[in-house]
Ligand binder design. Structure first.
Ligand SMILES: [Zn+2]
Length: 285
């Protein structure tokens, strides 16, 4: 990606060197906030950890992979700038899309953390992978996930951009009310039905990531040869079937929460080709 020299977002919050990424905030929290956090944990606990979460937890199995090696300071600085640029590009894209719909886009904050982080969705470890917390409208990323992507066979800057754009896609779903509707529906559903709804949410976030790159590319032409393939490889790497197989398990459709590799690639492509959020109606498909 030709990302250097582009605008960097101010919405990145660096909590990498704070214990639990926000210890001081917890101390000042009143009883009401604690109850809210608990409620949010109940509602979102399962869904909060994203992408690598299912992989590292082995969907119920203890993680067997060794922890990825440390990322050097120089790599971290570079990655931080990259995250700021990608986030800025999502702001520009979604501002435009929302404006055309006569609405105002409220960009999310993106929190960088190390190891563990507290959010309205509870305490999460880096092992859960990047996630979006609907309760506080924030995206959470530990940069060690870059290593994880490489290990999963999805290296490259655009693979990481896809992951960020996917999490911002969940923010868009939260803003437009899709996330709320789905949670309400899930509360009335069986486990299998709730999982099927979760898959549709995830595939829609993939499609929205595709819409994002379509708009970004037509504004700035930032893509280089091989970028699209990197994004598709990342979408395939985080498919439930691939993850379950790698964990030595039989891929059961009812246990899917994110969609198969083929579905994830397909929806990412749909959004990328059309650049139109109308093409992302995974709930009707
Ligand atoms: Zn997701």
């Amino acid at each position: 990606m030709r990302w250097r020299g582009r605008r960097q977002s101010d919405n990145v919050v660096d909590r990498r060197n704070t214990r639990f990424g926000g210890q001081t905030r917890r101390r000042t929290m009143g009883g009401g906030a604690v109850v809210l956090v608990l409620l949010a944990g109940l509602f979102f606990g399962q869904d909060a950890s994203d992408i690598a979460g299912a992989l590292l937890s082995g969907a119920g199995q203890p993680a067997s992979q060794p922890a990825p090696g440390p990322v050097s300071t120089r790599q971290q600085d570079e990655a931080t700038q990259f995250v700021r640029v990608v986030l800025a590009e999502t702001e520009d894209t979604w501002n435009n899309v929302f404006n055309k719909l006569g609405r105002q886009y409220q960009p999310p904050k993106l929190v960088l953390f190390n190891g563990m982080v507290r959010s309205a969705c509870g305490t999460s470890s880096a092992q859960s992978g990047p996630f979006y917390c609907p309760g506080d409208y924030q995206v959470y990323i530990d940069l060690s996930f870059l290593q994880e992507l490489r290990r999963m066979g999805a290296p490259g800057d655009f693979a990481f951009a896809y992951v960020i754009a996917h999490e911002v896609g969940h923010h868009v779903q939260n803003l437009v009310g899709v996330a709320n509707q789905v949670r309400a529906q899930q509360a009335r559903s069986s486990r299998a039905q709730a999982n099927a709804l979760s898959v549709r949410m995830e595939l829609q976030a993939d499609c929205l990531a595709g819409v994002w790159i379509n708009h970004t590319e037509s504004r700035n032409s930032i893509l280089e040869a091989g970028d699209i393939e990197e994004g598709l490889a990342a979408a395939a790497a985080v498919g439930d079937d691939r993850i379950m197989q790698q964990a030595g398990r039989v891929a059961h459709r009812e246990a899917f929460t994110h969609g198969s590799s083929a579905e994830r690639v397909d929806w990412f492509k749909r959004g990328m080709r059309s650049g139109d959020i109308q093409s992302c109606n995974t709930f009707d498909a």
